[in-house]
Design a protein. Structure first.
Length: 88
């Protein structure tokens, strides 16, 4: 091949790679986002006023904070593990 033929091949390859990229990007769909409704319970708030320790199956929480979530844990519904002792 001659020097000019190699140059044309390089330019053609460059132009074809630039036009293929946007086509694939257009075909990608956006991931669905979960709506956060006010009825959903947050792990950072106790499920009720008398609860002192609660969990979502992945993290344990107290009024001082929560433990870290495991890397593969799928949180469930927030539930109370320990109620406050009644005062007399």
């Amino acid at each position: 091949m001659t020097k000019s033929a190699l140059g044309f091949n390089a330019i053609g390859l460059l132009l074809s790679s630039l036009t293929v990229g946007p086509v694939f990007a257009v075909d990608l769909s956006k991931p669905e986002t979960r709506s956060t409704s006010p009825t959903e319970k947050s792990i950072f708030a106790a499920p009720d006023a008398t609860c002192v320790v609660w969990t979502d199956g992945c993290r344990n929480c107290t009024k001082d904070g929560c433990s870290n979530i495991g890397i593969a844990c799928q949180p469930g519904e927030v539930r109370c593990l320990s109620q406050a002792k009644p005062t007399r």
